[in-house]
Design a protein around this ligand. Sequence first.
Ligand code: G3I
Ligand code: 9MR
Ligand code: ZN
Length: 539
Amino acid sequence: MEQEKRNGIAVNQLGFRRMDRKTAVIEGEGGTFRLISKTTGESVLEGKTGTAAEDRSSGKKVCRADFSGVQQDGTYKLETDEGQVSDWFTIGDEVYGAAHPALLKAFYYFRCGMELEETYAGVWKHAACHLTPAIVYGDETRHVDAWGGWHDAGDYGKYVGPGAKAVADLLLAYECYPNAFARALPLPETDGAMPDVLHECRYELEWMQRMQDAESGGVFHKLTTLRFPAADTMPEDDTDELYVSPVSATATGCFAAIMAMSARVYAGFDAAFAAGCKAASERAWDWLEQHPEVPGFRNPPEIVTGEYGDKVDTDERYWAAAELYRTTGEERYHEAFLQLAEREFDKYELGWADMGGYGTISYLLSERRGDLAVAERLRAGLLERAERLAAVSRKDGYGVSLQPEEYIWGSNMLVLNHAMLLLIADRVAGTDAYAELALNHIHYLFGMNVLGISYVTGFGSRPVKHPHHRPSEGDGVDDPVPGLVSGGPNLGIQDDYAREHLAGRAPAASFADVMESYSTNEVTIYWNSPVVFVLSHFV
Ligand code: G3I
Ligand code: 9MR
Ligand code: ZN
C-alpha cells in the first residue's frame, strides 16, 4: 500500500533547530510561499521561492523556500498560492532529541540470542533466537557456538563486514560526540558507568569474537541458515540449521580493525574486555600476514543468503593497520599502513565492502605522530572528496550529494555516509564549512525528498510503515519496530515488486513502502549507524 500522496512541498517532518538554516523543496515554478503557525492559524512569514530548476535525480522541476528567519519555537506548515501544503513540522532546539536515541535503540531490537523483554522492547518483545551452535561449512563434524550479536537486517543472517561497519560508525560517533550519548537508553546492561552505546556495541563485538576461528585466527565470513526463512518468520521460529561460511580475508581484515579500535575505546571502562579485543585483533593480523593473497569471498554453492562478496581486501588491511598502529604504537603496523597507503584503492569510502575511509579517518584523527607527507596527502584527498560532495549537494534539487546513478540498493547509506564524511572533513580541517550541508542530508532522510516520506520508522508524519523486516511483519503489532532506517530508492529494480511497479521511475523515486520490496525497503544495522553518527552532531 502506498502512502497518501503529499502535496508538493517536501520538508524535514521532524523540523528544525531554532538557529539553523531552514528550507523546504517545492515542486513546480514556485512564487510566493507563506509559513503558517499552528497555534494562531496566521501567516508568520511571506516569502519568495528561489528560481526553479530541473532536478536530475527526481525528474522534477523544483525550487526552495527559505524561512531561516523564523526562530520562534512552534509548529508550522508551508503553503503556496497554488494550493500546495506541507506537513506540520516543529521549530525548536529539541527536534532531533527523540530520534537520536531511537536510532541507537534500534540496535537493541536487532539483537540475536537473547529474549527482548517487555521492559526494554515494549510491544516488540520476543523470545530468544538462534541459540544452536553453527556447523562449519565443509566440515559437518565441527561446530562454532557464535550466539549473540545483531541480526543484519530484515533477515536473520549475521555477517562480519556489515557488523564492523556498523560498530565503527557508532564508536566514531561516541569518540567524536560523547555528549550525545550522556543519557541512558536504557538497556538491560545500563550501569551508569559505561555509556549505553558502548554496551550495545559490546554485544556485537562479543559475537564477532566468537566468529574468530580458534584454530587459525582467521574470521568466518558469516553465520546464516542455508536460505532465507519466510518473510513473516519471527526470529525464535527460525530454527533451520545454522552454518558459518568459510574464513575470508575481508572479514578478518575488518575484524582486526574493529577489535583494535575497540581495545582503545573500551580501555577506560573495562580493561579486561579491551585486552581481549587487542589480542583478537593481533591474532587476526597474524592470519592476514600469513595469507597475503586470498581470493574474494563467494557464497558456497548451497548457501544463498546475503553474500557480501568483496574481491578487494586491501582496504580492510589498510584500516586494520591504521587502528593497530593507533592503538599499540608499534612501528611494524605503521610500516604496514604506509605500504598499503601506496596502493591504488578508494581511501575515503565508508561502506561494507569499501572500508578505506575508516583507515584514513583513524590515521588522521590519531594522537600518534604519523608520516607527515602521507598524512598531508590523505588529508588533502579527504578534503577534496568533501568538496566534491558539497558541490553536488549545492546543485541538487533536494540538497543531497547523490548523483542520479548513485541511487542504488541502500542509497540511504550513501546519503548518510556522505554527510558523515562532510562532518569528518570539518573535524580534520578544523572548520565548520560543511555542517549545514550535512544537516541537509538529515532533512532528506526525514522527508525532504521527492516522495515526501520519512525513511525512519516511527518518526515524522509520513514514516515508512512496511519495511522488509521479518519481526515487524511477523509480530502481529501494527507499527513496525521504531527507529529503523529503510534502504531507500534503488534504480537497480532488483526485486519482483520493483520490476512490476517501479520500472521507469526516476532514480530518487524508485522506492515503495511495501514489505515485498526488499531491494528498496529493507532495513539494516549499517544503514542505521551512519545516521546515528550524523545526528550526534546535531543533538
Ligand atoms: O557498485 C555497483 C555500481 O557500480 C552500479 O552502478 C550499481 C548499479 O545497480 O550497482 C552497484 O552495486 C550494487 C551493490 O549493492 C552496491 O553496494 C548492486 O547492484 C546491488 O545488487 C548490491 O546490493 C547489495 C544487496 O545486498 C544484494 O547483494 C546491497 O549493497 C547490500 O546492502 C544487500 O545486503 C543485504 C544482504 O545481502 C542480506 N541481508 C539484508 C541486506 C540488505 O538488503
Ligand atoms: O528477505 C531477503 C532479504 O533479507 C535479502 O536482502 C534479499 C536479498 O538477498 O533477499 C530476501 O529474500 C528474498 C529472496 O532473495 C527471494 N525470494 C523472496 C525473498 C523475500 O521474501
Ligand atoms: Zn537471532
